[in-house]
Ligand binder design. Structure first.
Ligand code: PD2
Ligand code: ZN
Length: 284
């Protein structure tokens, strides 16, 4: 460990200038190692300098402060993660927006069991009305859905434990699992999952566990065509493959997270998903 080298003001400014000019983190680390820094210390210094700098920029721009978010343990680029009772594949990850695609989070049997349990309880999907904190039918969201209670059945409880372990976030901070069913033509237009701090009804919503900080969309079947999950800011579309799940997090309720996302129209066949929203604190 290089404990002898301090992060001087000069080094701080150099890191910020380099990063601002588009120099990648690996290139910055390599340059610091060349001038005598150990890799671990260089990584820590770069992370710390850029975090402080970004917080300052966010404050200057009047953005809400960043909060801790769930994050799967991907530091050593594993191909699989141990989610307790199941090995889950890591298929893709992206930094901004923070998106991770998991393979085989649920077995086909678990997907079918969720659909069977949800089907008799489906209703036209509502969205949260942020001006009052109530719910309303939304023409942007042409699907049918229902919510399970947290821990409602042994299967639900087992999946909640698996998800908590996968993204390192307590079960108690999760909303109940929501099941959605899209028919051909149905879609969910691009939106943010966090609650808009500018809306009058938001404080009432936040009283139950704070902001949403991450979403996990689990695909329960294979639509024949269409029905991907889109991230328009980065032109990313995730294919809705049965048992896979797309995770994304947002450290502040702000578009700078690039977490705008939508459910593309189903073109042929039907689409079933389960959505898990994770809150900052215990969701009661
Ligand atoms: O069905 C989807 O892919 C989708 C897209 C965007 C689901 C949600 N958002 C959601 O449930 O929040
Ligand atoms: Zn959403």
């Amino acid at each position: 460990m290089n404990t002898g080298q301090a992060v001087t003001q000069e080094l701080r400014q150099w890191i910020i200038a380099q990063a601002g000019a588009g120099v990648t983190a690996p290139a910055l680390i390599a340059a610091m190692c060349k001038s005598g820094w150990s890799e671990d210390v260089a990584v820590d210094a770069i992370e710390q300098v850029l975090r402080v700098h970004l917080d300052q920029v966010a404050r200057e721009r009047g953005w809400p402060p960043a909060v801790p978010v769930p994050e799967p343990p991907l530091d050593d680029a594993p191909l699989f993660l141990d989610a307790g009772d199941r090995q889950v594949e890591v298929l893709m990850s992206m930094a901004a927006p923070r998106v991770v695609l998991f393979g085989g989070l649920l077995s086909d049997e678990e997907c079918a069991a969720l659909i069977d349990a949800a089907r008799p309880r489906l209703q036209r999907s509502l969205t949260v009305k942020t001006d009052t904190g109530g719910s309303e039918v939304n023409k942007e969201r042409t699907s049918n859905g229902m919510f399970f209670e947290r821990g409602e059945t042994p299967l639900i409880a087992r999946l909640e434990e698996r998800i908590a372990r996968l993204v390192r976030w307590p079960v108690r901070n999760g909303e109940g699992l929501q099941i959605l069913h899209y028919q051909p033509g149905a879609q969910y237009k691009p939106h943010y999952d966090y609650f808009d701090p500018a809306q009058a009804g938001t404080p009432r919503i936040l009283a139950r566990g704070g902001q949403r900080v991450a979403t996990l969309v689990i695909y329960l079947n294979n639509p024949a065509k269409g029905g991907g999950t889109t991230f328009p800011d980065v032109h990313l579309e995730v294919a809705p493959r049965q048992g896979n799940a797309v995770f994304f997090s947002y450290e502040r309720p702000h578009p700078s997270t690039r977490s705008l996302h939508g459910g593309a129209p189903v073109i042929e066949g039907e689409k079933w998903i389960a959505t898990k929203w994770l809150r900052e604190r215990e969701f009661k």
